[in-house]
Design a protein around this ligand. Structure first.
Ligand code: SF4
Length: 397
């Protein structure tokens, strides 16, 4: 049965409540749902219902295409002047012996290690330290582009940008223009956490506010550039805070169209100051992906980090609105493992990633940062390939 027929069954189900029927009808008519309807979904919709709606939207937008990219991570430092309560990554300056802070030369050496690898992107993100300022990052971006012009530089978040621009006494518009001139090509989605001050004050009180995060992305979009957005969910926030977060993103996207991808990030409770807060279940992860897909009608892509949620949950998520599972990793990032992710040494080859996607009967497409197709792996057979085993996903009627 195709996704439209499944959705039609839901719309005509006499046992379904009127509000859920209305939301299903809106999805079928490609209409936007309201803030209250978003909260209603979190409070009342079961996983089966959400999967049908989210999968319908996913397949309308992308069919079976499932995107990934080949990149590597460059993490300048894990020392940070901030003290976000959920952060398992940062070592405050006083715990310096447990941290690292790379020099420009060390960073460029890491970039050079990939000279003969078919990567299309370097993803630069880490902690915030005074020595990494506007001049430092400008020089770093310029040096990377000079060394390897085709490598896409995706770097830093509004947390770093707010800090370095304030220190340099320049406004966001000027700062983002300088970054672009230096070689920055896109901004990853981090630092968003939960925008609402009721929550942000408690978990990440000193860094940029939600409003400032949005302003920096808006300035970047005004330069004709693209970025991503995240949401850290499953801790002390209420459903209303999640919907408020997505509502603010949706409004900015209406104004600029500059966002590519929304990435829900699951709160993990190991090695941080919030270890008393229980983690949400895999069911809640899948519900959250699905509601994101339904709510953010003007976002093209919903991404799950396989390293964070496990390979199996990533496979499942492809039926709950997700169309991108990030990239091949070769253990260059510590962010996931230090945060207590499922994968402690996250490494996956292209072949493994392609098979992961094929196992659930989706089409693996390698993309570049801006979603241009690099290689369609649908019909590619690897030399030593053992025929992949197919699993039928628990599709919901
Ligand atoms: S989340 Fe980012 S800004 Fe906050 S402490 Fe960790 S590294 Fe620093």
């Amino acid at each position: 049965m195709d996704t439209t027929s499944k959705l039609a069954i839901i719309v005509n189900n006499p046992e379904l409540s009127e509000p859920l029927k209305t939301i299903a009808q809106k999805v079928l008519n490609q209409q936007r749902i309201t803030f209250d309807e978003g909260v209603h979904l979190y409070q009342h919709a079961d996983l089966g219902y959400l999967g049908v709606l989210a999968n319908y939207i996913r397949e309308q937008k992308h069919g079976d295409n499932t995107y990934f990219n080949r990149n590597f991570h460059l993490e300048p430092t894990n020392l940070c002047v901030y003290d976000c309560k959920f952060c398992s990554y940062s070592r405050l300056i006083k715990q310096k012996e447990e941290g690292w802070a790379l020099t420009m030369e060390e960073m460029l050496d890491i970039v050079k290690k990939y000279d003969h690898e078919p990567v299309t992107e370097v993803h630069i993100v880490g902690g915030v330290l005074p020595q990494y300022d506007v001049a430092f990052y400008s020089a770093l971006f310029t040096a990377i582009k000079k060394h390897r012009p085709e490598l896409h530089v995706k770097a830093l978040t509004p947390v770093e940008y707010h800090y370095i621009f304030k220190k340099a006494k320049i406004d966001y518009a000027t700062g983002m223009r300088l970054m672009k001139e230096a070689g920055l090509e896109s901004i990853p989605g981090g630092g968003a956490e939960i925008f609402h001050p009721e929550v942000r004050e408690q978990i990440a009180k000193d860094k940029c506010t939600g409003e400032q995060w949005l302003q920096i992305h808006e300035e970047w979009h005004k330069l004709g550039m693209r970025s991503n957005a995240t949401m850290l969910y499953g801790h002390i926030e209420k459903f209303e805070h999640r919907v408020d977060h997505m509502e603010q993103l949706r409004q900015l996207q209406d104004r600029t169209g500059g966002f590519q991808t929304f990435i829900p990030l699951k709160f993990r409770n190991q090695h941080n100051q919030m270890s008393d807060v229980p983690e949400v279940s895999v069911i809640e992860d899948l519900r959250n992906y699905a509601i994101s897909r339904i709510y953010l009608d003007n976002f093209d892509h919903i991404k799950a980090y396989w390293a964070m949620i496990s390979r199996q949950t990533a496979q499942l998520s492809l039926n709950f609105g997700v169309d991108d599972i990030d990239g091949t990793l070769d253990d260059t990032t510590k962010i996931y493992s230090m945060a207590g992710a499922e994968e402690q040494n996250p490494a996956m080859s292209t072949q493994e990633l392609v098979n992961l996607i094929k196992q659930v009967k989706r089409k693996p497409i390698e993309r570049d940062t801006l979603y241009h197709v690099v290689t369609d792996f649908t019909d590619v057979v690897f030399e030593d390939e053992v025929k992949p085993q197919y699993y039928k996903l628990p599709v919901i009627n």
